[in-house]
Ligand binder design. Structure first.
Ligand code: CO
Length: 209
């Protein structure tokens, strides 16, 4: 059986056992998408967001791209953010990076990878803004891990600088933006403690009201 045939076979098995265990499962899903959480994470294939934070289907709205970037002209990411906040009324936006991220590693390297180098340029900006702190870290893995953290923090800030988040706050909608990072070594998520819930916490240059 080919790899893709295996996927269809596995899907049929999954649909069957899921419906056997819980006959209402698919009817419920059809009727309800009501997540309180929007997850912006890396495309990395190793850990599925729903599972690692124990969220059932319907409980987590997800956007993923290489190295969990939030870029202010990326219509794809902004559309997810806008739909999540305005329509689904999520209460928390979580930018979650991970240690050992290939995108972060590539942004620290001089080896060209092609088009993606333009995308990863955003991480090179974070690298430049924090050059002194990063250069002071001798161990290359520790330096890369710190850049992964700083990248998450920069992307949390980018989320908050959007018109979408600031319009929500202006309307009085409760919305908190968080920066998290997980390790592939133990599967544990670490809260970076960078939590933004009002425009007072962002630089005046980015405030829209
Ligand atoms: Co990654």
């Amino acid at each position: 059986m080919s790899l893709l045939d295996e996927c269809f076979a596995a899907n049929r098995r999954w649909a069957k056992t899921t419906a056997e265990k819980d006959p209402e499962f698919f009817r419920r899903l059809e009727a309800l998408q009501n997540p309180d959480l929007l997850w912006i994470g890396c495309s990395d294939s190793r850990l599925p967001p729903n599972e690692i934070i124990g969220r059932a289907p319907g409980e987590l709205f997800v956007h993923r791209n290489v190295a969990n970037l939030v870029e202010h002209t990326d219509v794809n990411c902004l559309s997810v953010l806008q739909y999540g906040i305005d329509v689904l009324q999520v209460k928390h936006v979580i930018v979650c990076g991970h240690y050992g991220c290939g995108g972060v590693r590539a942004a620290m390297s001089t080896q060209p990878l092609g088009l993606i180098d333009n995308w990863l340029r955003h991480i090179r900006d974070v690298l430049l803004w924090n050059r002194d702190e990063l250069n002071a870290i001798e161990d290359p893995t520790a330096r890369m891990n710190r850049l992964a953290e700083l990248n998450v923090i920069a992307q949390v800030a980018n989320v908050c600088h959007t018109t979408i988040v600031q319009d929500a706050w202006r309307r009085g909608q409760a919305l908190t933006v968080h920066g998290w990072i997980y390790s592939l070594a133990d599967g544990l998520i670490r809260d970076l403690g960078f939590v933004i819930e009002s425009p007072d916490q962002i630089p005046p240059e980015y405030r829209l009201y």
